[in-house]
Each structure stands twice: as structure tokens, then as C-alpha cells.
Design a protein around this ligand. Structure first.
Ligand SMILES: Cc1cc2nc3c(=O)[nH]c(=O)nc-3n(C[C@H](O)[C@H](O)[C@H](O)COP(=O)(O)OP(=O)(O)OC[C@H]3O[C@@H](n4cnc5c(N)ncnc54)[C@H](O)[C@@H]3O)c2cc1C
Length: 430
């Protein structure tokens, strides 16, 4: 595997310092080997190292290199479906575990940050989910009443009040989830990882795991230039999942998500947009989402076709989406543009798998992994520390192949322009 530098992004330019890690060059042993040093892997490592387990994290590049260091940094405590539907997929007990995990996920992130004093510009000012068309208004109505019933603090905001909170008249209806918020995601990921290291976890970079083999009752994990004997191997590779663990890659569809950051804005325009520091995301299939950051910039994202964010149609969508949402930003330069992979699953839910004794995999956040990757890391740690699979908040499920995997990459890429046309039609006519 070619060693890649950290992708250029606003987060790379403004993060807490990079974590210096060596490549694994020896044979060693650990209680647990974690593959991937994003939010999920780093949270798992933190929880286990804090309990005194010998933890090794093997990262193909450097901590935070994957989606965790590239996200919009929105901490969104809501699933894509209503609780009833989640329970219909997973059964009542397991479904309600997941529902409660979502509802508490933002608080879990912010209290973890507080507990370990992680420097990451954390703000819990609330999340607006805005409707892009009338059909979506009905969808928001049913989401908010269903989630209210299970105790989530979620309200409705409309008309002038929403225009004021957004700093634009583009949307007329939204739900407001006050527990939502934002972080500087690369600083957050590095903070989780360095806290795990403070508790004794050993983290190696430029050490892609190439194979795992059964060795008696244990596992042997092999990299290019080293290996580890271990009781447990945990895959936290989400949208970057490869073929090392047979069958895992087919459970998700990697989709491209894009981000951009404006040049620093004139103060009066900056003050007008999202004046109370909310984050927002709309209901389009090819979602528009954004937030403000402290050096007078707006960060804006959408879905895309090419993860390097160099394709003309992707860049055009970033500029036009930003200007459609905030007309006062028309003509503003996007100084940073970047992208990465999210992991889509057939039921739009995250999954925890235990395909063999001693192997775990947690992935499939469908674009909401800042909060749910943090939760997943804790749940994985609880499993390793002895909690029975039946009592976990996120149930252990079998692999379920992602339908879109039957199609070629080209077909998946065609979905973005197709969905874009459907979104535009709905916005105009429904
Ligand atoms: C542009 C973008 C914007 C997003 N915006 C948001 C947002 O605002 N809010 C939100 O909640 N979510 C957002 N997401 C999704 C979120 O970032 C992810 O769900 C989350 O970061 C997943 O974390 P993770 O630790 O599971 O995986 P990742 O952070 O992707 O880390 C996986 C790691 O595994 C490593 N790896 C893979 N294979 C191997 C191997 N064989 N050996 C060793 N290492 C390996 C990779 O190098 C990578 O670093 C966004 C994603 C993107 C790309």
C-alpha cells in the first residue's frame, strides 16, 4: 500500500498537532489489536487502555487519516429512520438499544471531551434538519413525533424563526435537536487517540494490516514488516474497509462525501449566518449540510462522485449548493475542498459483527459516525470486557450484503446526478 499524506483540508490546517507514530517493525503481543485509528478505533482503544488492557492500534496511514479527520464535524444524535422501523429490523429489545444509543450519542461525545479535556472546539448549540420540499416536511413531522415519544428532545422550527436561525430564507421548516453540536473532527480524533496512548495504548502508523490468521486459541495479525499475537482483533475501518476480513467489505457501500470551507467572510455576513451557532443538514438525497467555524468561515458539504474533490461537477455542486442555501455567499471563494468515504448500509443503521470468536467489526454509520462511531467504540470495548452480546446497546448482527454492491462503481457514481435531478424536481414541484 502506498503511504499517503494527510489529505489537505481546513481541519488539517487548523488541528491540534499531528500524533507522531512509528511503523510496526517487530513481532509483539497484545490483548487487543484494533485496525484503523479513526473515531471508532481510537474510542475503542481509549476505553480498553483505561481499563488496563494491552492495546495495539494498527493504522494504514496516520491517526485521523480516514473519514474521521475529514468530516463536517457535526454531532447529530438521530438515526435516519423512526424508532418503530429500527425495532422492526432488529426486534424490540435490540432496536430500542440502538434508538437510545442514538438519542444519548451527542451527550456521550461532549461528556467524553470534557472528561478527557480534549481540545477540539466542541460546541453543543443544536442541530437543524431542514426540509428541502413539502414531502420532506411530512417526513420531518413523523420523525420528530416518533423520536419525541422515545424521549429525544426534538422540536419544530418554522417560518421567520427558522429564517433567523439559518440566516437565510431558503428553508421554511426544520426540526431542531438541541443536543446536537460540532467539533473540529481531526482534533477530536487525534485527542481520542492521544488519550488512548496516555493510558498505554500503542499506536502504529503506516502499518496496514495485510492478513489475520488463527493461531491456536489466539489470532496472528500481520503487517508488511511486523506481526502481533492477540486475543481479539477489532476492525474499525468503515468506508475504507478492505478485504482483510472476509465478507466485511460487501456489507457496506462506500459513498463519497465532500466538504468545503469559504474564505474568511466579512464580519456582518458571518454574524448573519447561523447566528446561534447551529449546525444544519437538509433532507435532499444529495444532502446539503453546513456550519460555521471560528475564523469567520462557513463549512459546507454535499455528496459527490470523486473523493479527491477535483472533479468539475463536484466542485460546481459545492459552489451552487452554497449559493442556493446562502445567497449572500454567491461569489465567495472556497479556499478548501476535500472529500472522503462514508459507509452506507442496506438498513441505514450501524452494525456490530462478531463473525468468529475474537473478531469484532463496528461500521456503517451512513454519514453520522462522529456521534455513533464514538458510541460504537464504547460498545466494542464493553463486549471485550465481558458484556454478553445480548446486553449490548448495539446488537451483534450477521453480515448483510449491501444491495448496491451488485452494481459497478460507475453505476453507484451515476446515482449522484440522478438523485440530484430528483431532489431538484421535488423542490420545485412538491
Ligand atoms: C467528507 C465527509 C464528511 C462527513 N461529515 C460528517 C458529519 O458532519 N457528521 C458525522 O457524524 N459524520 C460525518 N461523516 C462520516 C464520519 O466521518 C464517519 O462515519 C466516521 O468518521 C467513521 O469513523 P471510523 O473511525 O469508523 O472510520 P474512519 O475514520 O474512516 O477510519 C478508518 C481507518 O481505517 C484505516 N484502515 C482501513 N483498512 C486498514 C487496514 N487494512 N489496516 C490498517 N488500517 C486500515 C484507514 O486508513 C482509516 O484511517 C463524514 C464523512 C466524510 C468523508
Amino acid at each position: 500500500m502506498i503511504h499517503q499524506k494527510l489529505h489537505p483540508s481546513l481541519w488539517a490546517d487548523t488541528s491540534t498537532p499531528r500524533i507522531s507514530v512509528d511503523k510496526l517493525n517487530t513481532h509483539t503481543r497484545a490483548d487487543v489489536v484494533i485496525v484503523g485509528a479513526g473515531i471508532t478505533g481510537s474510542r475503542t482503544a481509549l476505553e480498553l487502555a483505561e481499563q488496563g488492557l494491552a492495546v495495539i492500534v494498527l493504522e494504514a496511514q496516520e491517526p485521523g487519516w480516514g473519514a474521521s479527520g475529514r468530516t463536517g464535524g457535526q454531532v447529530n444524535p438521530l438515526a435516519h429512520d423512526i424508532p418503530e422501523k429500527i425495532c422492526s429490523y432488529l426486534g424490540e429489545k435490540a432496536g430500542m438499544g440502538v434508538v437510545n444509543a442514538y438519542a444519548k450519542s451527542a451527550d456521550e461525545v461532549f461528556s467524553l471531551i470534557k472528561k478527557h479535556k480534549i481540545e477540539c472546539d466542541a460546541e453543543q448549540n443544536g442541530w437543524l434538519r431542514v426540509a428541502h420540499c413539502n414531502r420532506a416536511v411530512k417526513q420531518l413531522e413523523s420523525m420528530s413525533s416518533a423520536w419525541q415519544k422515545v424521549g429525544l428532545d426534538i422540536n419544530y422550527v418554522e417560518g421567520n424563526e427558522l429564517h433567523r436561525l439559518m440566516g437565510t430564507k431558503t428553508y421554511d421548516t426544520a426540526t431542531l435537536t438541541p443536543k446536537g453540536g460540532s467539533v473540529q473532527p481531526l482534533s477530536y480524533t487525534r485527542g481520542l487517540c492521544s488519550t488512548a496512548m496516555r493510558f498505554g495504548a500503542r499506536v502504529f502508523g503506516h502499518s496496514p494490516v495485510q492478513a489475520i490468521e488463527r493461531k491456536g486459541s489466539q489470532w496472528l495479525v500481520k503487517t508488511e514488516s511486523g506481526s502481533v499475537d492477540t486475543e481479539w482483533v477489532v476492525f474499525c475501518t468503515n468506508g475504507y474497509t478492505d478485504n482483510v476480513l472476509k465478507g466485511l467489505q460487501k456489507t457496506i457501500v462506500p459513498l463519497v462525501s465532500l466538504q468545503s470551507a469559504t474564505e474568511p467572510l466579512p464580519q456582518e455576513i458571518y454574524d448573519e449566518i447561523l447566528p446561534e451557532g447551529h449546525t444544519y443538514a437538509d433532507t435532499r438525497r444529495v444532502i446539503f449540510y453546513g456550519r460555521k467555524v471560528k475564523d469567520r468561515r462557513v463549512v459546507f458539504g454535499t455528496l459527490g462522485v470523486s473523493a479527491d474533490c477535483k472533479r468539475g461537477s463536484d466542485i460546481k455542486r459545492l459552489y451552487s449548493g452554497l449559493a442556493e442555501t446562502f445567497p449572500q455567499l454567491k461569489g465567495i471563494e472556497l479556499t478548501h475542498k476535500w472529500g472522503g468515504y462514508i459507509a452506507h448500509t442496506p438498513d441505514v443503521l450501524p452494525h456490530l459483527h462478531e463473525p468468529q470468536p475474537g473478531i469484532l467489526a463496528g461500521l456503517g454509520y451512513n454519514g453520522r459516525g462522529v456521534a455513533m462511531g464514538t458510541v460504537m467504540g464504547r460498545v466494542i470495548a464493553e463486549r471485550i470486557l465481558g458484556k454478553s452480546a445480548e446486553d449490548l446497546e448495539i446488537p451483534v448482527t450477521n453480515y448483510s450484503n449491501a444491495f448496491l454492491r451488485h452494481f459497478s462503481d460507475v453505476a453507484v457514481k451515476l446515482a449522484v446526478p440522478t438523485f440530484e435531478i430528483m431532489d431538484a424536481f421535488e423542490r420545485r414541484f412538491t
